[in-house]
Ligand binder design. Structure first.
Ligand SMILES: Nc1ncnc2c1ncn2[C@@H]1O[C@H](COP(=O)(O)OP(=O)(O)OP(=O)(O)O)[C@@H](O)[C@H]1O
Length: 282
């Protein structure tokens, strides 16, 4: 079966410089793919290309075997939801209104009650239901990030009635979150993959990436340097060559790092999962 999203030889240049250079990638149903790499590696640019927000100069991106550049916007909107890094809003929207933006171009066939249910379910999945009536601009950075996650979930859930083969693309979704919300959001992403979507996440935290990824993609200088199961590809030498960090010389004693590479993958699987569903008091 074709991948939900596939990139073949994708290259994107600005002023002659390749920000993404000949990337090959398959995002499959049921799989959580996490991309890591240093600042400027090209991770967000790759995500924009996969989302259809930028157009490749070479290579091809397809959704379920159909060329992305030939799909009408409404089909793209039903098939993939995106959470970008920055989401400033110029108007005084409430949290409920921001989450509902995810329903703007999808889910039009749904009844008013179905749309209300989708918004409530998405806000609950992001632990943001209790913020519903608050003004978005008055929220903390982490709270805003959770509302943006809810907005992406709204789009995904609403689009599901039209197109069951979907992808969720998240750009640094846990950058502003506390530890519990980081794990809860990643657990929610895991659940969405387990329900059949292809999930693609840009992360900086190598421990969390190693703990959650079915497939880890390591980027540097616009290129995919390695891809595979975290336990198979993560090594001190890869971290040294891509991030310029010698883990052996780290000032932090290994025993204080709860799931340091590459052992985190196995350990995380044994933990009880963190859920947004319980009230968390903020
Ligand atoms: N519109 C643009 N014009 C010129 N250069 C750009 C543009 N967008 C991104 N870049 C450059 O392309 C490179 C890749 O950027 P990108 O945002 O994809 O990296 P990233 O891996 O997501 O980085 P970070 O971890 O810092 O978010 C960077 O060097 C960036 O400065």
């Amino acid at each position: 079966m074709s991948a939900i999203i596939e990139a073949r030889g994708v290259t994107f240049r600005v002023d002659g410089r390749a920000l993404v250079d000949q990337a090959d990638l398959r995002l499959e149903s049921g799989r959580l793919t996490i991309v890591i790499g240093p600042n400027g590696a090209g991770k967000s640019t790759l995500l924009s290309l996969l989302a259809g927000a930028a157009t490749a100069h070479a290579g091809e991106i397809s959704y379920c075997g159909e060329r992305l550049d030939r799909l009408p916007p409404w089909r793209i909107a039903n098939r993939r939801a995106v959470m970008t890094q920055s989401a400033r809003l110029a108007f005084p929207f409430t949290v409920h209104e921001v989450a509902s933006l995810g329903l703007d171009i999808v889910g039009r066939a749904s009844s008013r009650q179905q749309r209300r249910d989708i918004v409530a379910r998405s806000l609950a999945a992001a632990d943001a239901l209790h913020l519903c009536e608050r003004e978005y601009s008055g929220l903390s950075g982490g709270e805003q990030q959770r509302v943006q996650f809810a907005r992406a979930l709204c789009q995904l859930f609403a689009g599901r009635s039209v197109d069951a083969r979907q992808a969720l693309l998240l750009d640094e979704p846990i950058a502003s979150l506390d530890l519990r919300h980081q794990l809860a959001l990643m657990d929610a992403a895991r659940d969405i993959a387990d329900a059949g979507a292809a999930v693609f996440v840009v992360l900086h935290d190598l421990n969390i990436a190693a703990a959650y990824a079915d497939e880890l993609v390591v980027m540097s200088g616009g290129r995919i340097m390695a891809a595979g199961r975290p336990g198979e590809i993560l090594s001190d030498s890869l971290v040294a060559s891509v991030f310029g960090v010698d883990l052996q010389l780290s000032a932090v004693p290994p025993s204080s790092l709860p799931f340091l590479l590459p052992h985190g993958y196995a350990r995380r699987r044994d933990w009880s999962r963190t859920r947004f569903r319980e009230p968390m008091g903020n």
